[in-house]
Design a protein around this ligand. Sequence first.
Ligand code: FDA
Length: 296
Amino acid sequence: MSLFNKSVSMVIDKVPPQAIAVFAKKYIAGPTLNDAIRTTKKLNAEGAMTTIDVLGEFVSTKEETWHFRDLAIKVLEAIDQHKLNANLSLKLTQMGLKLSKALCLENIEMIFEKAKELGIFVRIDMEDSTCVDDTLEIYRNYRDRYNIGTVLQAYMRRTIDDIHRLSDGRLNFRLCKGIYDEPREIAYKEKDIVRDNYIWALETLFEKKAYVGIATHDEYLVFHAERLIRKYGLNRDDYEFQMLLGVDEQLRKIIINNGHRLRVYVPFGKDWLPYSIRRLKENPNIIKSALEGYMK
Ligand code: FDA
C-alpha cells in the first residue's frame, strides 16, 4: 500500500461526513428508494441485473430494526411493482442480530415470506467475523423453505471448511474477498493468498454444483472465473458475476459483452456513512484522482 493510501486509511474516520459525501456519491444510488429504482432501471436497460441494499447496520433499538424491516419489504414491493430485474440484499445486524436473535429471526421471516409471495430472491450479506456463525446457521435453517443465499469471504481461513460443512443442502453463495479488518489468526492478510483461496473456493463450489455470485472487480479473478466456467461447462444461468455500483464500469461492460450475466449491488438510504468509509478505505486512490482533478 502506498504512503498516500496508508495515510488516507488512517485518517478517514476523522474526516467530516460532508467531505466523505463528495467522494462517496458514486457508490450510492441516493437517499431514497426511488433513487434505487431509478438506478436499477438504468442498469437493467444496460443489460445488468441489480441487488438492492438498504444502507444501515449494527442498529441499537428494536424500533430501528422494524423501520429497516419495513423498508426491505417496500423494496420487494417496488421490485415487483416496477418489474425490475433485481433482488434484495439484507444485513442481519440491521435486522437486530446483535440485539436479540429472536427479534432478528422474526424480522427476516417477515421479509422472506413477502419475498416468497412475490417470487424474489434474498441474499444475506456477510458482515464481520462475529456474525459468520450466526449468518451461516440462519442460511442453513431457512434455505429449504425460502429462495435465499448468503456470502462467503475468501479472506477467512474457515471458508473452504464452511463450504464442505454446508454441502448437505442447496448451495447459493456470493463469493467475495471480504471487506472487514479481521485479525490474522482467522483471516489471510496476504493479497495473493486471498486470491488463491478465492479461486480454490470458487472451484470447490462449482464442483459441488453451487450457484455462485462471483463478486469481484479483480480482473485476475474474473479471468480465472471464466476459465473455471468453461472447465465445468456451465450454462449462462448457472452463475452470475457481481460488482459494486460505481466501481470499474469498463470491466462491467467487458463481462456483459463476454456473454455473462452480471448483477450490480445498489445501496441506497440515509445511513450511507459506514458503507462509504469502507469503500474509501478500500480504495483511497479515488480521493487521489479527485484531488488531482481539482488541482488541474
Ligand atoms: P480488489 O480490492 O483487489 O479490487 C480490484 C480492483 O477493483 C482495484 O484495483 C480497483 O481498480 C477496483 N476497486 C475495488 N474496490 C474499489 C472501490 N471501492 N472503488 C473503486 N475501485 C475499486 N464484502 C463482505 O465482506 N461482505 C459482503 O457481503 C460483500 N458483498 C459484496 C457484494 C458485491 C456485489 C461485491 C462486488 C463486493 C462485496 N463485498 C462484500 C466486498 C468485497 O469483499 C471486496 O472488499 C471488494 O469487492 C473488493 O475486492 P475485489 O475482489 O474487487 O478486489
